[in-house]
Design a protein around this ligand. Structure first.
Ligand SMILES: Cc1cc2nc3c(=O)[nH]c(=O)nc-3n(C[C@H](O)[C@H](O)[C@H](O)COP(=O)(O)OP(=O)(O)OC[C@H]3O[C@@H](n4cnc5c(N)ncnc54)[C@H](O)[C@@H]3O)c2cc1C
Length: 450
């Protein structure tokens, strides 16, 4: 199957609107697109170890491609030039997400982790920490990173503004010059023993940016975002979860923190209330926006597969894509993808103009991040589903790749609180805030002061 057929409406020079980005930025997206076509597309199935799920093949392929992306400069692209990064705009961050996810959304997510952690340290103006991490982010070596949020009490609860972080049970306490952390996170990735991230093509793990609280009863005031080095004493990991997609591109595990001690400078937030703002705006909000860009790239990949298949499949002497029923479906897929793209670009531009639109932690911006992710998630669901129906059994077959995209989109729609949380956050931005019925009784039962 041909993957690089040129469709003007799907090409970076045409699909990225110049109201939101520059010619140079579009050229960068074009470079990534070419890299994806040449180096990721031919091996994208190896990223999950091929048909037989060969873990060694998956990890080797992932580390090799990640190292190539480090060489290309994508991981350092959002770090300001004063730290040796490329200092590119948030729009580039999202274009990188879209273009890479067209090849493999797991690899796009892995690169995105570095942009994510950089955004937290920038938001808190932590010049000292940015200076500390920069050499590993800008050098030729490849490093990965993880953000640990979800807990057994429910990811969607922690990400629910109405519950004000009162379900967080990863507790941080001051002890002399250190912070000591106890608790349990579920699902963060990529995570695990350090050796997992060391190979001829990968040097290591930058550590865990972990959402904690000093006291659940304090709600937003108690929230702290703590960096925990990857080899910190007292931190243990479960075996990775076995999943439908994202097999080894995101090693998801349980992390147990048992009196984990870190120096005080590793608390990212420095002012009262700033921890909650960073978690709401940069961890959850910008995380959802990045998900929207990734889902858009994935949807475009699915559309390209079905466009090519429908060119070759004939129905009574005409290509399937020239039969009006199917042409209509293809048009609807394009319409949905382009709307998802223009919307996430527009919201990214709004993030760059907080004087007009408000900070990323405002209910209005959270509504827009959630609208971008939920719309792009519905788009991916529609495109993958209809593309598979149009391709029939070939769509269902492993070798045509569509089934991989169908497996992969689902979790990007569900993580960071999921599709329902997105809708509730849109409503809260529109006419909220509102609390769940029974909230006060629940708080009392938990022994929490409101
Ligand atoms: C591949 C993969 C990668 C992941 N990466 C990370 C990571 O890097 N870091 C990390 O911390 N976690 C990560 N997660 C976890 C993920 O973010 C959570 O699983 C997700 O937020 C949903 O939380 P939950 O599974 O606890 O579902 P629950 O909270 O149990 O919710 C189940 C469903 O019920 C609904 N629901 C429940 N409560 C509410 C509510 N209050 N408001 C609205 N809807 C609600 C939602 O629809 C939700 O989908 C990852 C998971 C996977 C599979």
């Amino acid at each position: 199957m041909v993957h690089d057929e040129y469709y003007k409406l799907l090409a970076p020079e045409y699909k990225y609107t110049r109201a939101f980005c520059t010619e140079d930025e579009i050229r960068m997206a074009e470079t990534i697109r070419k890299f994806v076509n040449k180096e990721i597309m031919p091996v994208r199935r190896d990223l999950e170890g091929g048909w037989h799920r060969d873990e060694e093949l998956a990890v080797r392929t992932q580390h090799a491609l990640y190292a190539r992306l480090v060489e290309l400069g994508v991981t350092k692209s959002s770090l300001p030039t004063k730290y040796g990064g490329l200092g590119l705009s948030p729009v580039v961050r999202q274009m990188v997400n879209e273009e890479l996810s067209r090849g493999d959304i797991g690899l796009g997510t892995l690169v995105g982790k570095i942009h994510w952690i950089v955004s937290f340290m920038l938001a808190a103006q932590r010049d000292d920490l940015l200076t500390e991490f920069a050499p590993r982010i800008v050098g030729d070596e490849s490093w990965t990173a993880c953000v640990a949020i979800t807990e057994p009490a429910g990811g969607a609860n922690l990400e629910d503004p109405a519950q004000e972080f009162r379900t967080v049970r990863t507790i941080v306490k001051e002890d002399g010059g250190d912070y000591v952390i106890n608790g349990h996170k579920i699902w963060p990735g990529p995570a695990g023993p350090l050796e997992r991230f060391q190979s001829p093509k990968m040097q290591g793990h930058l550590g865990y940016w972990t959402v904690c609280t000093s006291d659940p009863a304090k709600g937003p005031e108690g929230v702290a975002l703590i960096h925990i080095p990857p080899d910190a004493e007292g931190m243990t990991f479960s075996k990775p979860y076995e999943k439908m997609g994202f097999c080894w591109s995101d090693d998801n595990v349980d992390i147990y923190f048992d009196n984990v001690r870190v120096p005080k400078r590793y608390r990212i937030d420095t002012e009262p209330g700033q921890g909650a703002h960073i978690v709401k705006g940069y961890v959850i909000g910008l995380g959802r926006l990045a998900g929207a860009a990734r889902l858009t790239g994935l949807s475009q990949a699915a559309l390209e597969i079905v466009l090519n298949a429908a060119k070759h499949r004939e129905i009574v002497g005409l290509p399937q894509r020239e039969r009006s029923l199917f042409a209509t479906y293809l048009a609807e897929m394009f319409r949905s993808i382009d709307l998802a793209r223009q919307y996430y670009l527009s919201v990214t531009w709004q993030v760059m103009n907080p004087d007009i639109y408000g900070p990323p932690w405002s209910p209005e911006m959270l509504a827009k991040f959630s609208a971008a992710r939920s719309f792009a998630g519905d788009c991916a669901k529609f495109v993958c589903n209809v593309a598979m129906e149009m391709m029939g059994s070939y769509g269902y077959a492993y070798e045509f790749n569509l089934e991989k995209y169908m497996r992969d989109y689902k979790i990007v729609q569900m993580w960071l609180g999921g599709a329902h949380r997105d809708r509730l956050d849109i409503a809260q931005g529109l006419y909220g805030p509102f609390k769940w019925g029974g909230f006060e009784e629940w708080e009392k039962k938990q022994g929490l002061g409101g």
